[in-house]
Design a protein around this ligand. Structure first.
Ligand SMILES: Cc1cc2nc3c(=O)[nH]c(=O)nc-3n(C[C@H](O)[C@H](O)[C@H](O)COP(=O)(O)O)c2cc1C
Length: 188
């Protein structure tokens, strides 16, 4: 097996769902963003990163997402929305939303996903915890959605595709899902 620092970080990264209150350092944030910007893209300049480090705004996003979840068909989401203890951002001090330009001639989900993964790997490489978060984007479907979009200054014509939270790990990952070995077919 080849082992190097990059492969180690990729395997080591796990979703972290428990964070210290302390904010991450500015140079750690900048290093993550740079890694995000260097991710591959299909459409140049099609991505936008929104960094949210304002506790009140993070709390409002959590509450708005939970309100929207209460209206969803899937029971799992309704239960989370109704669970008073659940914070969809896990009290992390930093949230980054990656949005894609909807005017691009091709959908930019893949561009935004590649950037999000780079953010996570960069975070792990610096010892930070991270978790990719779909749930909070439900906030944009809530009645407060357009107001939140404005406050977050998500550019017009951009769709928030993905997001992830970051912070110093309070606890190690629990219940790490197994990677099933039968997901690969070799045709040689
Ligand atoms: C598109 C996407 C959306 C996700 N949304 C959430 C989420 O809303 N909340 C959460 O706790 N984890 C979320 N995750 C994290 C996954 O649950 C996690 O990556 C998966 O269980 C594998 O665990 P690992 O990251 O520790 O390897 C999301 C992951 C992806 C790729």
């Amino acid at each position: 097996m080849i082992a190097n620092e990059t492969l180690k970080i990729i395997k080591q990264r796990r979703s972290i769902r428990s964070f210290k209150d302390e904010q991450i350092r500015e140079e750690e944030l900048q290093a993550m963003l740079e890694a995000g910007l260097y991710a591959p893209y299909a459409w140049e300049q099609g991505r936008h990163f929104t960094v949210i480090q304002n506790k009140k705004l993070l709390d409002r996003l959590n509450l708005a997402a939970k309100e929207a979840a209460k209206q969803m068909d899937m029971e799992h989401f309704r239960n989370l929305g109704n669970n008073e203890k659940f914070n969809c951002l896990y009290d992390a001090p930093t949230l980054i939303i990656v949005s894609g330009n909807e005017q691009a001639p091709i959908p930019l989900e893949a561009d935004c996903a590649a950037a999000t993964e780079n953010l996570l790997l960069a975070a792990e490489s610096m010892g930070l915890g991270s978790c990719w978060i779909f749930f909070v984007l439900l906030a944009f479907n809530s009645p407060q959605g357009s107001e939140l979009r404005k406050e977050l200054k998500i550019p017009d014509g951009y769709k928030p595709y993905y997001s992830a939270v970051f912070g110093y790990k309070k606890a190690a990952a629990v219940n790490v899902p197994d990677r099933k070995p039968n997901l690969i077919t070799y045709v040689r």
